[in-house]
Design a protein around this ligand. Sequence first.
Ligand SMILES: [Zn+2]
Ligand SMILES: [Zn+2]
Length: 242
Amino acid sequence: MQILTSIVVGFVVTQVSTLTTSAYLHRSLAHKAVTFHPGFAFLLRFFLWLTTGVKAREWAAVHRKHHAYTDEEADPHSPARLGWVRVQFTNFWLYRRAANDPVTVEKWGKDLAPDRWDRLMFDRGPLGLIVGTVLLALWLGWWQGALAFAFHMVSYVMLSGAVNAVGHTFGRRPYQNSATNLHWLAALTSGEGYHNNHHELPTSARFGFKPLDVDAAWWLIKLAQRCGLADVRELKNRTSLA
Ligand SMILES: [Zn+2]
Ligand SMILES: [Zn+2]
């Protein structure tokens, strides 16, 4: 029963992490599809710091490079070139290799200079992960907290890998690009599984174009917009979203 509690907590942490990754890192920072109120953005950044250890500028730079060179030699994680199994299981290292390249980060993250919060806190990824683990341990007890955090980290890394590997290999391709749409993957990744739609319209804050599509990050953005906490970019070509 205690193990089950750890797994459920780990799963929930992963879901909120994919939500913040998709809404903040991906749709807002990397593609400028939405701009969040600074206070709300801070909350999202704080949660990412606690649960992922990702440096925002690095993430956005590697991802922009993926869009610029999809399936070409410079694509940091192309299943067409490396095979989907390799991207699925080594995505973390493929990401790290690209993020450790200062030329990539300088070129593709030029507009994302670190602010004082990055310098003080958010660029210290391992510190955030330690604080996150300690908070879970204080809540659940040491071994249960550690288990929940470990379950979360493995799930988060595997789901990120799945978007890059499965989401460029299996599923529907309504638009002519190598990415695919998969409802089940979208449900597990806050809408990232509508990856074919996303490659078609990268600056759209909405990934699931149909009314019943499961696009949780879009729902969060709509809610934030209603509360005056988000400014969604208008697209010139809205017919694709009909
Ligand atoms: Zn892609
Ligand atoms: Zn993207």
